[in-house]
Design a protein around this ligand. Structure first.
Ligand code: HEC
Length: 260
């Protein structure tokens, strides 16, 4: 800010100050009234509509997939993107803290007297970038399914098959979801993209027999799931054999041989 700008600013300030009203009591009263209206509206809504209560917390469950509230989806997604363990704490604590510090210190480092967004290219670009990044991260975080679940509908071929096939498909789906495969594999919207390959259309690449073999005798670092027993292996292999590209869910295609 140069001398001329400073004088101009001080002159404007003096004029505005002479026109304005004192903070106390005018602004305080205005804010107080608005706060009472907001609190009263929330109270009225909670009395009239009530709050949603979900099931009681169960400390013994292993299938519960914790999900953040929607306004934390961006942080949730950020944690998923940043993979190296050494950087995880930086992502969880560091980035939000740095952002908050930057905002807090804004009046000290941003001494630019310009107010029009077009005359402040750096600030405007940074602001648009942050808003865009948070929207994108929130969207991706909301889209991502929990790794302990596999949310998909049976492909048409399975839907058209008999009830035993459908039951087997669903049992396989649940076994895959609950066996921790999502920790290393992405399946549809669920799971992590790596270190294992995507299984969303694994049925295109491997036949049911090969899938069974992979579960029993996998390549490191994938652990063997032989301990789950032949019945579980069979159901999981059948489920995976139906995962084909072609539609966004799990694929079409015929029910593979030996599907019953
Ligand atoms: C610890 C991580 C990890 C877990 C848990 C895991 N996998 Fe894997 N999986 C891998 C890796 C890594 C590969 C690739 C191995 C290789 O190099 O061939 C793989 C390969 C596969 C393949 C072969 C993919 C292909 O394209 O050839 C299938 C099928 C598979 N996994 C299914 C499963 C299923 C089903 C589960 C759960 C029951 C599971 N995996 C659990 C890491 C894992």
């Amino acid at each position: 800010m140069n001398q001329r700008e400073k004088e101009e600013y001080l002159r404007e300030y003096a004029v505005l100050k002479a026109q304005g009203k004192p903070f106390f009591p005018y602004i305080i009263v205005k804010d107080g009234v608005m706060m009472i209206i907001v609190v009263a509206s929330i109270m009225a809504l909670s009395i009239m509509l009530g709050g949603e209560l979900t099931a009681k917390a169960d400390a013994t469950t292993t299938t519960y997939a914790p999900r953040p509230e929607w306004y934390y989806f961006w942080a949730f997604e950020l944690l998923k993107i940043i993979k190296p363990p050494a950087l995880v704490s930086l992502a969880a604590v560091g980035i939000p803290t740095i952002a908050m510090l930057l905002l807090f210190l804004l009046p000290f480092y941003d001494r630019n007297p310009e107010r029009h967004p077009l005359r402040r290219p750096v600030a405007t670009t940074a602001g648009i970038f942050v808003i865009f990044a948070m929207f994108m991260l929130s969207y991706l975080g909301a889209e991502a399914g929990a790794p302990s679940q596999v949310d998909m509908d049976p492909p048409p071929a399975v839907l058209a098959a008999d009830e035993a096939t459908q039951t087997k498909w669903d049992a396989g789906r649940r076994l895959v979801a609950q066996s921790g495969c999502g920790g290393c594999h992405k399946i549809g919207h669920n799971g992590n993209d790596g270190p294992g390959p995507r299984l969303t259309d694994i049925g295109d690449r491997l036949k049911e027999g090969a899938l069974r073999e992979t579960l029993i005798n996998p390549t490191q670092p994938m652990p063997s799931f032989a301990g789950l027993g032949p019945d579980a292996i069979d159901k999981m292999a059948f489920f995976m054999s139906t995962l084909k590209s072609g539609d966004s869910h799990s694929g079409e295609g015929a029910v593979p041989e030996g599907g019953h």
